[in-house]
Structures are given as structure tokens and as C-alpha cells.
Design a protein around this ligand. Structure first.
Ligand code: PLP
Ligand code: COI
Length: 341
């Protein structure tokens, strides 16, 4: 398979149009059989549900080239399950799991020339999404939907790759108590845009959102979960029903326990105790694990002992093990790696 002529090692996290996307439409209570399309444009009625009331949910996963030249994806079953939960919460039809995995395989296979080669640091990012397409003017769910998967080759989410980030404790909330923070709905990200622009304008890389009810506990950033390491090498991740259940975080907890022999715990974490941790990272499909060097709470700097120059030792091991599993240099747990054949 001849790869596209792209400078793989120097791409950022942006949109590069690829040759094919998967499209299936929902009408009269059922999904059609779905197809690959070469058309990157979506033409919608001016009153489509997605345009009026933001009825859209999405996912993010990646395809990788392994060390022995195979193309694989990572735990797409969990993305299918989470998309189903997101869709149900916004009164949208669920796209069946088996069909989701099949669609992922089709779109990766069709775009294999865009799957970055092993060792370049780049991957093919897949973005499955569902949105309401028919006209809706009273506030109610659409009755017609489109499911699509687009893909685009990407490099690191944060410029500078593995350089430690500086995070701002945001004055804005990302989610409401009993709201939609636990699902991957476009509306959560629209909500975060002013906060992220504000943080960037002030020189920060990302926001730390606090729990919306008490504003004392660590939730997540706009696009990743937190992972902390204690001074005695225990991995701790925030537990909350208003954060997205990150597939990367859940995988890393298992990696910590089963591959690195570390204790790992999911529990509520107060902002106050963050100063006691040795390492901090952001984990997600896009972020992988990106190290955090410093969290700034209204001028009070919480600097982690791992510093601003490099990733902490446990974070490094977690990252190397996870990416090793994804790239085929380390044996994966049963069912984590799905081959594109
Ligand atoms: N939290 C938010 C808000 C996200 O957008 C993402 C990205 O998907 C994550 C966490 C990480 O989730 P995952 O590891 O499943 O990509
Ligand atoms: C992902 O990691 O897949 C996400 O959706 C995060 C997003 C901010 C790019």
C-alpha cells in the first residue's frame, strides 16, 4: 500500500481531508445500509435539528500502523458503547455496535494510504458522529439523522508533544450537575469555547474544570481526563458523574495495575490535595497522556515535582506501555486491538 505524500512527523492536530467517509441515514425509524462516500460536504435543510438545537453527539478513536506493518484500531467497541449512551441521552437513535465496528473498519481500509507509517508519531484520527437532519422548530428531537465517520491524519494534540503543560483552574463550569458532562455531545464543547479562548489568551494550555456543584473537586479539561501519581507511585484518577468516561483513562488504570504492578484508584480528588501529587497528566485519545507541569489557581501555582522540562517517570512508563500496546510492540489484553483486514 503506497502511503500519501505527507510530512507525517510534522503534522499537528488538524483536519486533512481524506478520500472516503462512511455515511448512513436514519429515516422512518431505521438506519439504511450505509456506504462510503467521496463527498466531504453535508447539505442540510436550514432548519435541521443539529443547526437549531445542537442535536449532535460524537466519538474519537485512532487507527495505528503497528511495528509489523498492520493497520489496527484500539477498543472501538467502547466508542460504540459510549456513542450509544450519548445518543440515548439526547433522544437520538443508537447506531448498533456491530455496525459501528464494521463502519470503522471500512473507513480505515478505504483510507489506508492516510494511516501514518509506524514510528512517525502520527495516527489516523476517526471521528464518528450522529446529528439531527430534518427540520425542527419547536424544541423536540429530530426524526431523521445521519451517522458519519470522517478520518484525518493527526500529530500531537498539544503543540510541543510531550512538553509539560500549564493548566488554569477555570472560573467557568463545563457541565451542570445532572447534566451532560458524562456524554460526548457537541454542546459540551460549544460551552467550553469561551473558556478555552480565555485560557489561551492568558497564556495557559488548557482549563481544569471543577465539579459544578461544590467547585472544590477536580473534574477534567475540555478534552481529556486527569491522571495523578502520588509520591509513592499510586495512580489516582477523578471519579465524577459529570466527566466523560475516558477510554484512555480506563485503559491506563488497567495498564498501571496489570503491566506496571502499580496500585490505581478512581476516587473524588479535591483541588486542595493536588499539591501533594508527584505527577499529573491529561489522558484521552487525542491527548494520549500529555504531562502537566503546573496548575494555576487564581495566581497560586501548583508545580509538580516532575517539573516543566519532561514527563514524570510513571507517566512516561504509562505512555510507553499504552502506545506499545497500540503499536504492537507490547502484547495487548484480549480484545483491545482490532485488525483492519
Ligand atoms: N474528556 C473529554 C471532555 C474528552 O473530550 C475526551 C476525548 O475523547 C476525553 C475526556 C478522553 O476520552 P477518550 O480517552 O475516550 O478519548
Ligand atoms: C478525543 O480525544 O478524541 C477528543 O474528542 C478530544 C477532542 C478535544 C479532540
Amino acid at each position: 500500500m503506497e502511503k500519501k505524500n505527507i510530512d507525517w512527523s510534522n503534522i499537528g492536530f488538524g483536519y486533512i481531508q481524506t478520500d472516503y467517509r462512511y455515511v448512513s441515514n436514519f429515516k422512518d425509524g431505521k438506519w439504511d445500509e450505509g456506504t462510503l462516500s467521496t463527498d466531504p460536504n453535508v447539505v442540510l435543510n436550514e432548519c435541521a435539528g443539529v443547526l437549531q438545537y445542537a442535536q449532535t453527539v460524537f466519538e474519537g478513536l485512532k487507527a495505528y500502523t503497528t511495528v509489523d506493518g498492520k493497520t489496527v484500531t484500539f477498543r472501538p467497541d467502547l466508542n460504540a458503547e459510549r456513542l450509544a449512551q450519548s445518543a440515548a441521552r439526547l433522544e437520538m437513535p443508537v447506531f448498533p455496535k456491530e455496525r459501528f465496528i464494521e463502519a470503522v473498519k471500512q473507513v480505515v481500509k478505504a483510507n489506508e494510504a492516510f494511516v501514518p507509517p509506524y514510528g512517525t508519531g502520527a495516527t489516523l484520527y476517526l471521528r464518528p458522529y450522529i446529528f439531527g437532519t430534518n427540520p425542527v422548530i419547536g424544541v423536540k428531537p429530530a426524526t431523521e439523522y445521519q451517522f458519519r465517520i470522517l478520518c484525518t491524519p493527526v500529530g500531537p494534540y498539544f503543540k510541543g508533544g510531550a512538553k509539560p503543560l500549564t493548566i488554569k483552574v477555570s472560573d467557568f463550569d463545563r457541565a451542570a450537575p445532572n447534566g451532560t458532562g458524562h456524554i460526548k455531545a457537541g454542546l459540551n464543547y460549544a460551552m467550553s469555547l469561551h473558556a478555552i479562548v480565555t485560557a489561551h489568551n492568558e497564556g495557559f494550555d488548557e482549563n481544569l474544570y471543577l465539579d459544578p456543584k461544590t467547585r472544590t473537586k477536580v473534574e477534567e479539561t475540555g478534552g481529556a481526563n486527569f491522571l495523578f501519581v502520588t509520591k509513592d507511585n499510586k495512580v489516582v484518577t477523578p471519579k465524577s458523574n459529570s466527566i466523560l468516561p475516558s477510554i484512555t483513562r480506563r485503559s491506563l488504570v488497567q495498564v498501571a495495575r496489570e503491566y506496571l504492578g502499580l496500585e490505581a484508584e478512581e476516587r473524588e480528588i479535591t483541588l486542595e490535595e493536588v499539591k501533594d501529587f508527584a505527577e499529573c497528566g491529561l489522558c484521552g485519545t487525542a491527548a494520549v497522556i500529555s504531562p502537566v507541569g503546573k496548575i494555576v489557581d487564581h495566581g497560586r501555582e501548583i508545580a509538580f515535582p516532575s517539573g516543566m522540562e519532561k514527563m514524570g517517570p510513571v507517566t512516561t512508563k504509562l505512555r510507553e506501555t499504552l502506545t506499545g500496546i497500540q503499536m504492537g510492540t507490547i502484547k495487548a489484553p484480549e480484545g483491545w486491538i482490532v485488525n483492519i483486514d
